[in-house]
Design a protein around this ligand. Structure first.
Ligand code: RFL
Ligand code: PHB
Length: 377
């Protein structure tokens, strides 16, 4: 096959890029190693920045999101004896939306089906050969390649002499999905037993996470133990409001920050988790995938319209400015809210006082609100 832009990976980055290019009259083929069912079965993000919602809306991809997404003014930070709202609407005049990545992924496949887009799934042994995507049963020759194949993909390997920045945190998140009514707010909880998070997918679907050691085994966490632990971490009034029920999914994700620079080489451009990973504490990963794709689609459209490489040449630098803003705030929130096994009494004291400062200062809350809401494109 031959196309203008070959896209490796049918996650949110890859499928959104294909949609946005199509709107600019640019052809693409998506090559994905897993089945559609597998891609749709991954439970991941839940929080969309206002900018992400705007991008989806502008591309005709927000019909269900506008109907079913749960709009929030802010997020709550709670701990024993205290708690406060990071009021994003008050400080930034913006609101964000709780909407599952699974739903967004489904919306993106539906949009691709409507225009009979070329998506090759279950492609085995995918590799890049110059500007071709080669796999077991075929090959796609392209003008450009977009590596949207996530953190464990192969595209990043084709960027020589890259600089890699990495931080591995000494814990993971154990998450469950449960068909129970969620708490009304998204609540990040700091506790001596470790971090916990209450989130949501819909009025009858809740998503909860607890910080766990890296060697945790899911088998050791039956539902009853999970519920008892999360209720022990949240302050009493919050814990009492958590409605428990059987889990329908349970998984562990290690926490890591990682950035590869530059995000491009020749005619290869990386977008989303293929280039960078953030710990989920800031709810930034999916949002960054969307902002990368925004910049990349604009640059490719410009090339096909005018022949100019200017925006493509600037892509890595442009995208990285926003990436590092999100990397920084994700690291900050992770450090602020988790219990670090190797923390000294000094570290713990400084963390307590940082939280107290944030609770007492409108200025500090406004700064965090601006970053949580996401910077403009
Ligand atoms: P994805 O979603 O990993 O998709 C990459 C796709 O590429 C395919 N692939 C290949 N295809 C062909 N050849 C190869 N060799 C390939 N190797 C891989 C894969 O099968 C896959 O289909 O990357 P993408 O598109 O960049 O999207 C990134 C987001 O998925 C990710 O950043 C978010 O899920 C992160 N994240 C969150 N982000 C938010 O913005 N808000 C949140 O609230 C949020 N919560 C989360 C999260 C991630 C989590 N986990 C499990 C890591 C919560 C969790 C628990
Ligand atoms: C989620 O709903 O899965 C979620 C919400 C907020 C985060 C991370 C994950 O910071």
């Amino acid at each position: 096959m031959r196309t203008q832009v070959g896209i490796v990976g049918a996650g949110p980055a890859g499928l959104l890029l294909a949609e946005m290019l199509h709107r600019h009259g640019v052809d693409s083929v998506v090559v994905e190693k897993h089945s559609r069912a597998h891609v749709l079965g991954r439970i991941r993000a839940g929080v969309l920045e206002p900018t992400t919602v705007d991008v989806l809306r502008e591309n005709g991809l927000a019909e269900r999101l506008d109907r079913d997404g749960n709009v929030h003014d802010g997020v709550r930070i709670v701990r024993s004896g205290g708690g406060f709202l990071i009021d994003i609407n008050l400080h930034c005049g913006k609101r964000f939306v709780a909407y599952g990545q699974t739903n967004l992924q489904d919306d993106l496949f539906a949009a691709a089906d409507r225009r009979r887009a070329a998506i090759i799934t279950e492609a085995a042994d995918v590799r890049l050969d110059g500007t071709s995507i080669v796999f077991k049963t075929g090959r796609v020759d392209c003008d450009f390649i977009a590596g949207c194949d996530g953190f464990h993909g192969i595209s990043r390997d084709s960027i020589p002499a890259k600089r890699e920045y990495e931080k591995v945190y000494p814990f993971g998140w154990l998450g469950i999905l449960s068909e129970t009514p969620p708490l009304p707010e998204i609540a990040y909880c700091h506790s001596p037993r470790g971090f916990a998070l209450a989130s949501q997918r819909s009025p009858m679907l809740s998503r909860y996470y607890i910080q766990v050691p890296l060697d945790t085994r899911i088998e050791d966490w039956p539902d009853a133990r999970f519920w008892a632990e999360i209720k022990a971490r949240f302050p009493r009034d919050w814990a009492d409001a958590i409605v428990i029920g059987p889990s329908i999914e349970k998984s562990i994700a290690p926490l890591r920050s990682y950035v590869a620079e530059p995000m491009s080489h020749g005619r290869l451009f990386l977008a989303g988790d293929a280039a960078h990973i953030v710990p989920p504490t800031g709810a930034k990963g999916l949002n960054l995938a969307v902002s990368d794709v925004y910049y990349l689609s604009r640059a490719l459209a410009e090339y096909y319209r005018t022949g100019s490489m200017a925006l493509l040449d600037a892509y890595s630098e442009t995208a990285l400015r926003r990436v590092w803003a999100a990397v920084r705030v994700s690291w900050y929130l992770t450090t602020l809210l988790h219990r670090f096994p190797d923390a000294s009494p000094f570290d713990e004291r400084a963390q307590e006082y940082e939280l107290a400062y944030l609770e007492s200062s409108e200025h500090a809350q406004a700064a965090l609100a601006e970053q949580y809401a996401g910077l403009p494109l």
